[in-house]
Write a protein that binds this ligand. Structure first.
Ligand SMILES: O=P(O)(O)O[C@@H]1[C@@H](OP(=O)(O)O)[C@H](OP(=O)(O)O)[C@H](O)[C@H](OP(=O)(O)O)[C@H]1OP(=O)(O)O
Ligand SMILES: Nc1ncnc2c1ncn2[C@@H]1O[C@H](COP(=O)(O)OP(=O)(O)O)[C@@H](O)[C@H]1O
Length: 310
């Protein structure tokens, strides 16, 4: 049985008669192949990425598994349409908290039309993309069974400045958002989600190591998805994950570092590190996990990070 995903936080949505992704109950996410070059580009990326034997296994895990394409009834009622068949990143989680971070200060790619570049430039300048190297495109934070999710409206998210981004990243790991906007977010889950062994920070550092050397692809307008399970966060099983999605504008890297994405990634890491640095529980974790050396964060060299409590 296909349905519009409950946990989608950004992008084109399939409700209200529009074209958007669908999910089934066996853990698959069906993204419509966009009719212009975007669909072809994204399909070509998945095929290239999963046939590229140079991509290390510990890097593949940052990408949704790819199961080819399938023609299914589209969400907008337009009849059977081809879709990418992907792993549903939140399958099996009851109330996942999810954030979409569009990474890179520049979302337009060199070969784009002047009209498209202008449209992207406007969004990049009017958001934190240019100033911070990334922007939050959407988020959804689970609170409790009574309050449900905190999910600010799109126009609120799009108006975040640097302080808004900082606050949203802290709210993402807080338990008291339902008490109202005047209550300081408690950051209760920061240690379990951001700096936990195998947590978001360690995964981002691992991804950064790859971006420091990979020159095959340039990831324009691509998003980092960060997610975790709040309900089990306090007993150390938050299962925090970093994933990459949206490859509709991935270009050939031509042997050059993707400094646009890498710069944005470093900036995301810095924002999360600042939250971690202020957190007492996290301070213990950093020492235990050896994330820091002489006061500086070092990149993880562990090929597989596990989820044991630190
Ligand atoms: O169609 P629009 O104007 O809503 O723009 C889409 C963006 O929505 P936004 O307006 O920024 O909320 C949308 O952004 P989000 O994923 O919602 O952040 C995508 O960038 C989409 O591009 P593509 O499907 O990845 O090629 C964008 O589509 P295109 O700009 O490629 O048409
Ligand atoms: N494989 C996936 N599994 C679960 N959710 C996904 C997956 N891919 C994307 N999403 C959700 O859909 C949103 C939009 O995805 P994206 O690929 O950027 O679409 P668009 O091209 O319409 O912008 C993401 O922010 C995320 O919430």
């Amino acid at each position: 049985m296909l349905k519009v995903p409950d946990h989608q936080v950004a992008g084109h949505r399939g409700d209200g008669g529009k074209l958007g992704p669908l999910v089934d109950d066996s853990g698959r996410f069906y993204k419509p192949l966009q009719s212009d070059h975007r669909g072809d580009t994204e399909l070509a990326f998945y095929e290239s990425f999963y046939s590229n034997t140079e991509i290390p296994g510990h890097i593949r895990k940052f990408f949704p598994a790819f199961h080819g394409t399938k023609t299914i009834e589209a969400s907008d009622g337009s009849g059977p349409q081809p879709h990418l068949v992907l792993e549903d990143l939140v399958a099996g989680r009851t109330n996942p908290s999810v954030m979409d971070i569009k990474t890179g200060s520049r979302t337009w790619y060199p070969e784009a039309s002047e009209e498209y570049i202008q449209k992207c430039l406007e969004k990049d300048r009017n958001s934190t993309s240019v100033s911070l190297g990334f922007r939050i495109s959407g988020l959804r934070v689970y609170q409790n069974s009574e309050a449900g999710f905190w999910q600010p409206e799109k126009k609120v998210v799009y108006s975040f400045n640097a302080d808004g981004v900082r606050s949203a990243l802290r709210k993402f790991v807080s338990s008291n958002l339902s008490l109202g906007p005047n209550v300081d977010p408690d950051g209760l889950y920061a240690s379990k989600v951001y700096c936990h062994r195998g947590g978001i920070l360690a995964q981002l550092l691992q991804l950064k190591e790859w971006f420091e050397v990979q020159t095959n692809y340039h990831f324009y307008s691509c998003s980092l998805i960060i997610l975790y399970d709040r309900e089990s966060a306090l007993d150390g099983r938050a299962h925090p994950k970093v994933k990459l999605v949206d490859f509709a504008h991935v270009m050939d890297g031509h042997g050059v570092i993707d400094h646009n994405f890498l710069g944005g990634l470093c900036s995301v890491i810095k924002f999360i590190r600042d939250i971690v640095d202020e957190d007492n529980e996290c301070a213990k974790c950093e020492v235990n996990l050896g994330l820091k050396e002489n006061g500086f964060y070092k990149s993880s060299t562990e090929p597989e990070l596990d989820h044991e409590a630190c």
